[in-house]
Write a protein that binds this ligand. Structure first.
Ligand code: FES
Ligand SMILES: [Fe+2]
Length: 415
């Protein structure tokens, strides 16, 4: 008998539930083999930052939005966050395409709203217009774009400059270099089937916003990777609901999934599996390399929401903008449901901006004051940070700087 999607989803959740119960029972967690030091300069070095911006944000597929954000033909969203002005649109034939958001006449910005629906993009400078598959459709006073013999300078090949864009598993990926080749299936690898389980194509955007932070983008990203900080930093906000000592971690190539353990799951230890309700209970972080966090959470059991946090570096290593959006999985059922998901946006944004991003900005400022050779230390429970930093370094072709363990304040204190 072939396994149905629902079976695969349930079995995956059950497998995760069993790992959680085993960890609760035995007081364990998924852990790295050892702690790891990383050079502070990985966060602060402007030269490294410039290489990251190029290699990770322009030469790697990056999530631009969800498929459902541009579900209808003509729906578009602008995507400027990599520094390259791009418009992502669902063309009349249903295919997602991306273009430089630049008019062929003299380069003016074409789509000037962050999102909308258009059969034609009309340039506001001189009124040239383009079909939503990028073809040049109309030119005012076209007869004046001719040579001395009256032959037009414009041809059928005039077309907005294409940027690689494709959808997979309800996500729209863009590689922000025109003319480059994007190999999305290789990029996603065995993470694809895990993303598929989220059924993101059915999710509906309820609210979005922008969370800036005066910190390095990796420092901001790190705060989404470990639950170790819940007990201290999120003492009032998350710690009452989540344990900080158990992580369930799976790596899929450069991507990962991390589950944190809600305290209500402690009751599972004394319950038969079929009463756990794994289908309603499990949330967690999906990290889509290099910059996207997709958080699956629940307002209350059974009332689920998805949040995307897409982190983008600014010009300097100490500037980051997080684009956050919240979605109703399966679509918005009614007004009450919309309000719940809307409230989930505000609640998570509050925790991030008043706790995680305050610590990120203060910590980054401290890093700038540290002497050469200073390090941070990732514990064994901060396994996702260890792997992310190794993977990022490999992807940009700059090894992590060698570190000197003797500089550890912990070690000095112990000696
Ligand atoms: S720049 Fe767009 S029509 Fe002139
Ligand atoms: Fe946090």
């Amino acid at each position: 008998m072939t396994e149905t999607f629902a079976d695969r989803l349930h079995q995956t959740r059950l497998g995760l539930g069993r790992r959680i119960v085993e960890h609760i029972r035995s007081g364990t967690s998924d852990l790295a083999d050892s702690a790891m030091r990383n050079a502070v300069s990985v966060y602060t070095d402007p030269a490294r930052h410039a290489v990251e911006r190029q290699k990770l944000f322009r030469e790697t597929p990056v999530v631009a939005c969800l498929s459902s954000d541009i579900r209808e033909p003509g729906q578009y969203r602008t995507f400027d966050e990599t520094g390259v002005p791009i418009v992502v649109v669902r063309s009349r034939d249903g295919q997602v395409r991306a273009f430089l958001n630049a008019c062929l006449h003299r380069g003016a910005r074409l789509a000037r709203e962050p999102a909308g629906k258009a059969n034609l993009f009309t340039c506001w400078f001189h009124g040239w217009s383009y079909a939503n598959d990028g073809r040049l459709a109309a030119v005012p006073e076209a007869e004046r774009f001719t040579d001395a013999c009256g032959a037009s300078a414009l041809g059928d090949s005039d077309h907005l400059i294409a940027v690689p864009a494709e959808e997979r598993y309800g996500l729209v990926f863009v590689q922000a270099t025109p003319g480059s080749t994007m190999d999305l299936d290789t990029h996603l690898g065995d993470f694809g089937p895990q993303l598929e389980l989220l059924e993101l194509d059915k999710a509906e955007r309820v609210k979005d916003g922008v969370l800036p932070v005066a910190s390095n983008w990796k420092y901001a990203l790190d705060t989404y990777g470990e639950g170790y900080h819940f007990a201290a930093l999120h003492k009032q906000t998350l710690a009452p609901y989540f344990r900080s000592d158990i992580t369930v971690y799976d790596q899929f190539g450069p991507h990962h999934r991390v589950l944190f353990v809600g305290r209500e799951l402690e009751a599972w230890v004394d319950m038969p599996e079929d009463q756990w309700g794994v289908d309603d209970a499990l949330g967690g972080i999906h990290y889509i390399f290099p910059n996207t966090i997709l958080f699956a959470g629940a307002v209350s059991p059974g009332k689920r929401y998805y949040t995307t946090f897409r982190h983008f570096p600014g010009e300097s290593p100490g500037e980051t903008v997080t684009h956050k959006a919240v979605y109703a999985p399966g679509g918005v059922r009614d007004e009450a449901h919309r309000q719940e998901v809307d409230a989930a946006f505000d609640a998570t944004a509050h925790v991030v901006t008043t706790e995680d991003y305050v610590v990120s900005a203060e910590g980054y400022r401290n890093m700038l004051a540290m002497p050469a050779g200073a390090t941070v230390i990732y514990g064994r429970q901060e396994i996702s940070l260890q792997n992310v930093h190794k993977t990022l370094a490999e992807a940009i072709g700059l090894p992590l700087p060698a570190v000197t363990p003797a500089q550890s304040p912990l070690r000095e204190a112990a000696e």
